[in-house]
Design a protein around this ligand. Structure first.
Ligand code: ATP
Ligand code: MG
Length: 503
């Protein structure tokens, strides 16, 4: 039996008439339509020269056609490579130069800008715009509907997904059919997803969260999703009266909390709010519960592994934790220096193993060998601990750990204390080079606008609450923290920007 994710999806369809995707324009695409349209698209891909194992690189706006292209690529046995819509021509040249796709699909408005990069990478070009029109759609419409899905083994590649590049240059994670299917099925069970679910899909689809978590879980459940081109507060409030699930990054929840419309009544129809991609503040979790009666379910994953842990659907969703390992995924905490597993409760490197863990980094055998152990554990780069109930707590990224005067300082602990201070909206704590301490603990603070908030006031508030070595040597105020499209704080930019603070 083939392990092609499309075959497994197609076999799970019980109601071909049920709606899979709905758009704001009122278009409704049934599961039957999806199968037929992916058949046409797969034929078009083959006609454009795509063979099994080839990469199909895609930089397009969110549309139903883009999802069809993803599924059709799987049907054709090729490897789907979605790219952030914000990438510039130079960035695209790097990614497609690295991945060498057979085909590069982009917005018609960008052809002139990107043609040279495509040519250099040896890729043919096709176009697809935000409304789903373009040369690719034309080719699909002219093609036949029947397509014999190319058989794939569980460890054949289905996608090449580049990491967000938060800690350095993005790496291509090779994800297999087995990785994607196993994670979709385990999340379906973990979150009690059924065909009756209606997801408000407001995330981009070039990233694990919007593409694999949101889309795969919905499709593998026979559920439906309403596609919003982007995060749109008014639309979300409108849709909450007939939807059941929202998946978002923490900033979605922070923004919704700022709106007076958020209350028990407006969220009464919803059964689940999921957060991930970046840490959700415990305070946001508490405020959300107080206002709506719903406990946000926080989960933890990454490009290389899809999802690893989740707070339980039934059971305590603990604020400030990312929950328990998903069935089939092992999570351990090891000594970052030696790799030896640490006793329960201690902080160290989070490592994960399971059917969800990727096959390695594309064309980076050394990096793969350094981060993926022979015993199957992937060294995530995130630091954390597992509490006595088995819940995983993330304390930050290994690369953000501050070593000051020989002591380890975990930024999250300091940030949590600073965030409690009246007048502070949020904060990021970073290490800045310092001649005496090696690195100096430095707080970057976004004030709520309170005129009394000063550096001295923050330092005074932390006195007695944190050991001296953990207290910031300096506090700098900024109007907002730099974030990428997935809401992740870009601490590397902050470190670069403030690099000279102690010189
Ligand atoms: P790069 O690997 O290129 O530096 P990145 O790690 O930000 O970028 P992604 O794979 O998109 O790229 O993000 C995964 C990371 O996001 C995780 O390693 C973790 O640091 C963070 N993350 C995801 N979910 C959570 C969460 N619920 N709480 C805290 N951090 C999270
Ligand atoms: Mg990463």
């Amino acid at each position: 039996m083939t392990a092609n994710l499309f075959d497994i999806l197609a076999r799970s369809i019980t109601d071909a008439g049920a709606t899979a995707i709905e758009t704001l324009a009122g278009e409704q695409i049934s599961y039957g339509d999806l199968v037929a349209r992916t058949g046409r698209m797969a034929n078009a891909l083959v006609a454009l020269g795509v063979s099994p194992g080839d990469r199909v690189a895609v930089q397009v706006e969110k549309s139903v056609e883009a999802i069809i292209l993803y599924l059709a690529t799987a049907r054709a046995g090729a490897v789907f490579l979605p790219l952030n819509t914000g990438y510039t021509a130079a960035e695209i040249a790097y990614f497609i130069g690295d991945a060498e796709p057979a085909l590069f699909v982009c917005d018609p408005a960008r052809v002139a800008d990107l043609a040279q990069a495509a040519e250099q990478a040896g890729a043919r070009m096709a176009t697809l715009d935000a409304s789903g029109l373009g040369s690719l759609t034309d080719a699909a419409e002219a093609a036949a509907e029947d397509f014999a899905t190319v058989p794939r083994a569980a460890d054949d590649l289905a996608a090449l997904l580049y990491t967000s590049g938060t800690t350095g240059r993005s790496k291509g994670a090779m994800l297999t059919h087995g990785n994607l299917v196993s994670n979709a099925l385990s999340l379906r069970t973990a979150w009690s997803y059924t065909a009756r679910d209606v997801l408000i899909h407001a995330l981009p689809i070039f990233h694990t969260h919007g593409l694999f978590v949101a889309t795969n879980v919905t499709l593998f459940s026979g559920a439906s999703m309403i596609f919003l081109p982007k995060f749109d507060i008014d639309r979300i409030f409108e849709l909450m009266s007939r939807a059941t699930v929202l998946m978002g990054v923490p900033t979605f929840y922070v923004r919704l909390l700022e709106d007076d419309m958020l209350n028990v009544e407006t969220t009464a129809q919803m059964r689940l709010f999921v957060s991930g991609s970046a840490p959700l503040l415990a305070e946001t979790h508490r405020e959300w519960r107080a206002r709506t009666g719903h406990a946000i379910l926080e989960r933890y994953g990454m490009t290389e592994t899809n999802m690893n842990t989740s707070n339980p659907y039934d059971g305590a969703r603990v604020a400030g934790t990312v929950g328990l390992p998903l069935p089939g995924t092992e999570v351990i905490v090891t000594d970052p220096e030696t790799g030896v597993e640490l006793p329960q409760g201690e902080i160290g490197m989070i490592e994960v193993r399971g059917a969800n863990v990727f096959k390695g980094y594309w064309r980076m055998p050394e990096k793969t060998a350094a981060e993926l152990r022979a015993n199957g554990f992937f060294i995530t780069g995130d630091l954390g601990r597992i509490d006595d109930k088995g819940y995983v707590h993330i304390v930050g990224r290994g690369k953000d750990l501050i070593i000051t005067g020989g002591y380890n300082v975990y930024p999250k602990e300091i940030e949590a204390e600073i965030d409690e201070i009246p007048g502070v909206l949020e904060s990021a704590v970073i290490g800045i080079p310092h001649k005496d301490f090696g690195e100096a603990v430095t707080a970057v603070v976004v004030p709520t606008g309170s005129p009394t908030l000063t550096e001295a006031a923050i330092v005074a508030a932390l006195e007695g609450r944190l050991a001296r070595f953990k207290q910031p040597k300096r506090v700098v105020f900024v109007p907002e923290l730099p974030r990428n499209t997935m809401g992740k704080v870009q601490k590397n930019l902050l470190r670069d920007h403030h690099a000279g603070l102690y010189q």
